[in-house]
Design a protein. Structure first.
Length: 317
């Protein structure tokens, strides 16, 4: 077996062990305390959280984490239970942190374990369906997370098996997740619209409107999905067009800068040419003067030598 294959298998084993450890660390406390058996209604969850005393915050955090990453628990039930105990602000804060971390965990599962693990968890049909839609661009994922008609938790898992970066995934969740959580917390707690007095007729109207919208969303789900996909295509094309324009502008700017540098260099060369010529002329003159001086010294030496010979000849005579 090759060394690279061994390292890959070792990494997969480590990832699986980490996943199992996290699952057991969250699942066992909830199971042993009986929380999972009473998680089907907001009132029962409220009792469990209150009975936990100071650990109520931790229990609620774990419940919110599990309902995204492991167990198909309705988020509406868990969130409303939290608002009945902690109020809308604290519940919103805990829920946002827990849900975003759980979403990152699901994304991590899809990215590290690959498509086979995603299919094993979500099913072949669901995985293929959302893969085809997500293949049209990353903004499709953003819009799907923004609208309430799409399965956010499954999308986080499926998109992990694609090439999406952690940065874009995290930014998308930070923008989109709090919208639904905060809305649920404040409506479910009765802070915005009370469950008594003038709030009763308002709630009746909202329930009727919500039921109609729910029916229409399922009846026209393909049309709504196509609208979201077409909107994402427009955003993607617009982004590519802006990118091309910015690239062309940058290239033009670089070309102009290069032309300016070339003109500056030519100008500098034109300025230096007279100096170079002057230096060359001075050098030539200096060389000529040196040659004349050498010839003069040679001539003087020859004259002196002749005079010495004449004196020597006269002395002999």
């Amino acid at each position: 077996m090759k060394k690279e294959t061994k390292i890959k298998i070792l990494k997969i084993c480590i990832v699986i062990l980490i996943i199992v450890a996290i699952f057991l660390a969250i699942y066992l406390p909830l199971k042993l305390t009986g929380t999972l058996d009473k998680i089907d209604s907001a009132e029962k969850l409220k009792e469990i959280i209150l009975q936990s005393g100071g650990y109520g915050y931790v229990i609620f955090f774990l419940i919110q984490f599990v309902q995204v990453s492991f167990l198909p628990i309705p988020a509406m039930v868990t969130t409303v239970a939290g608002t009945l105990v902690f109020g809308p602000w604290i519940t919103s804060l805990i829920s946002i942190v827990a849900v975003i971390l759980a979403s990152l965990f699901s994304f991590f599962l899809g990215k590290k374990l690959g498509r086979r693990a995603v299919v094993w968890i979500a099913g072949e049909k669901e995985t293929k369906k959302w893969e085809e839609k997500l293949a049209r661009g990353k903004y499709v994922f953003f819009l799907m997370m923004l609208f309430p008609l799409f399965p956010d938790d499954i999308l986080c898992l499926v998109v992990g098996a694609t090439g999406m970066s952690y940065k874009f995934f995290l930014i998308t969740n930070i923008i989109t997740r709090p919208i639904g959580i905060i809305t649920t917390c404040f409506l479910g707690s009765g802070h915005l619209i009370p469950f008594s007095g003038w709030g009763i007729p308002v709630w009746i109207v909202l329930i009727i409107v919500g039921a109609i919208l729910f029916y229409l969303s399922f009846k026209f789900q393909p049309q709504i999905e196509n609208f979201v996909l077409s909107l994402a295509d427009k955003i993607t094309k617009k982004g590519k067009k802006q990118l091309k324009t910015a690239s062309a502008t940058t290239n033009a700017s670089n070309t102009n800068e290069n032309d300016a540098n070339a003109e500056k260099l030519d100008s500098q060369q034109n300025i230096n040419e007279p100096n170079i010529k002057s230096t060359s002329t001075n050098k030539h003159c200096a060389e000529s003067a040196g040659e004349h001086a050498n010839e003069l010294l040679t001539t003087q030496s020859e004259v002196k030598e002749i005079e010495d010979n004449d004196k020597e000849q006269n002395s002999k005579d």
